[in-house]
Design a protein around this ligand. Structure first.
Ligand code: KIV
Ligand code: ZN
Length: 530
């Protein structure tokens, strides 16, 4: 593996001769660490497929020691992904590394990503270890990981607040022990572009063996600089960028994958690097991540926001009509944002539906296709115009649905100025059960009825409704987040009836919560001190 020298900003390199930057997606690991952004096993499997189709190089699928659920997700993703590298995270302890190795064992290309804090504040308060102990641990952890897996990445947690000479010594120890990728995380989102460039230049220049490894960026967005810092890291010699869809991640998030990829693509004239990402899949990945986490994408978010390609002012619209390049630096199609188009109605056949799915980036197996087609027909019966967004919501819902223990069978709600009540039938473990309930509003009545049939202690943390398209017959996409005993689970569902979507989303969250309850952590993360 070699790191070539930084390309000069000006010049005439073409895309094919420019250097490749590895895109490492951490949506399912750092992204899922974001409070409330939990994903179910099926949702993670589906996301892994989307990321692989998008040609992300490395998928960080989770933190296997964190819980049996995380372990299972990393293991199952390792079984189904064949093109991308599947990576699992591990602290510097033997149990973590061994569990991670076990989870990624089925992967065609697996990677153990192990990390240890190196900054004075982390070593003192988090690890309670002296620098020489940390150095020894770097060597022993990377050596163990290397014995269990051919590909190891080592991260210096809080690298940007680490004393420079000590950082060099840690990186040297990790390289000597066999790490092939060295990650320099800006864990607390503190660095500045020029400083981050400098850190990489310094390490590449001074650390023995630096030319044999790939350096990586991992930037948090606490000062809104994560993407700028990641690109600055590349200017300093990094050739891997760690990022997450929609910028999901701890606190203010990670560098947004879509922004990093498009900045490199659109301004290839300034930074002569290319990624392998198929940018046309970006919008689909963004919408899916937003739907399964219940984290809305802000309207003016770069690349994937609803308004990212909207032109409101008369002057802009006039310019756009004459030539789109007047106000657009990339085309909406480049990121998979097609114009909202009317697709089909109830007379559309299976063949046309399959073609539409393919155009939207879905490759479904026969069973999934049959189920999606039936749902499309049901929707077309209720809704005059069926748009691309409707189909995306419908298919994403059914792809993420697993073996659900609870399902909504029938719902009748009476609402108005004289009060609200709900009659509900759920199928619980194969048995139909009914209840009636009232509430402060129709949604409350529905949720109370669910609680009567399936009693639980979980607290409602989020209830969010979003219209999939415009118009009063639009499908409502509902997200519900529940929390019980430290477990958080999100559910989502779309339906032309907002209350039906609410009931289904609540039940989906409950199913995910049951799954999480059944897969508790084998050992608390904090206890071992790393
Ligand atoms: O931000 C960070 O330092 C991390 C490491 C575990 C890579 O997420
Ligand atoms: Zn991080």
């Amino acid at each position: 593996m070699s790191v070539q020298s930084e390309a000069s900003p000006e010049g005439s390199k073409t895309a094919s001769t420019s250097e490749r930057v590895i895109i490492f997606d951490t949506t399912m690991r750092d992204g899922e660490q974001s409070p409330g952004a939990s994903m179910s096993l099926n949702e993670k499997l589906e996301l892994a497929k989307i990321l692989e189709e998008m040609r992300v190089d490395v998928i960080e699928a989770g933190f296997p020691i964190a819980s049996n659920g995380d372990f299972e997700a990393v293991r199952r993703i390792s079984q189904i992904v064949t093109e991308s590298t599947v990576c699992g995270l591990a602290r510097a302890g033997a149990k973590d590394i061994e569990r991670c190795a076990e989870a990624i064992a089925p992967a065609k290309r697996g990677r153990i990503h192990t990390f240890l804090s190196t900054s004075p504040v982390h070593m003192k308060w988090k690890l309670n270890k002296a620098p020489h102990e940390v150095l020894e641990l770097v060597t022993s952890s990377v050596t163990l990981a290397r014995n269990l897996c051919g590909e190891v990445e080592w991260s210096a947690e809080d690298a940007t607040r680490t004393e420079r000479d000590f950082l060099r010594r840690c990186v040297e120890a990790a390289i000597k022990a066999g790490a092939a990728t060295i990650n320099i995380p800006d864990t607390v989102g503190y660095t500045y572009p020029s400083e981050y460039t400098e850190i990489f230049r310094d390490l590449i220049e001074h650390v023995p063996g630096a030319d044999t490894v790939i350096f990586s960026t991992h930037c948090h967005n606490d000062l809104g600089l994560a993407v700028a810092n990641s690109l600055a890291g590349v200017q300093g010699g990094a050739r891997q960028i760690e990022c997450a869809v929609n910028g999901l991640g701890e606190r203010a998030g990670n560098a947004a994958l879509e922004e990093v990829v498009m900045a490199l693509k659109v301004r290839a004239d300034r930074l002569h690097f290319r990624t392998g990402v198929v940018s046309e899949h970006i919008t689909r990945a963004s919408r899916y991540v937003s739907a399964i986490t219940g984290f809305p994408v802000q309207y003016n978010k770069a690349i994937v926001g609803k308004n990212a390609f909207a032109h409101e002012s008369g002057i802009h619209q006039d310019g756009m009509l004459k030539n789109a390049e007047t106000y657009e630096i990339m085309r909406p199609e480049d990121v998979g944002q097609g114009a909202t188009n009317l697709v089909m109605g109830k007379h559309s056949g299976r063949h046309a539906f399959r073609e539409k799915l393919q155009a939207l980036g879905y490759e479904l197996g026969q069973n999934a296709l049959d189920e999606a087609f039936q749902r499309f027909k049901d929707l077309a019966d209720k809704k005059k115009h069926v748009y691309d967004e409707d189909i995306i919501a419908l298919v994403d819902d059914s792809l993420a649905a697993g073996a659900e223990r609870i399902a909504v069978q029938r719902l009748r709600v009476i609402a108005g100025t004289e009060g609200q009540s709900a009659e509900l039938t759920l199928v619980v473990d194969g048995e139909a059960k009914s209840a009636q309930s009232s509430g402060d509003g129709p949604v409350d009545a529905v949720f109370n009825a669910i609680r009567k049939i399936a009693p639980h202690e979980a607290e409602l943390r989020l209830f969010q409704v979003h219209a999939v398209t415009e118009g009063t017959d639009a499908q409502a996409q509902v997200s519900v987040r529940l929390e019980e005993g430290g477990h958080i689970a999100t559910g989502h569902a779309a339906d032309t009836d907002t209350l039906t979507a609410s009931a289904k989303a609540y039940v989906n969250a409950l199913n995910n919560l049951v799954q999480r309850r059944e897969k508790t952590a084998p050992e608390p993360l904090i206890a071992s001190g790393f």
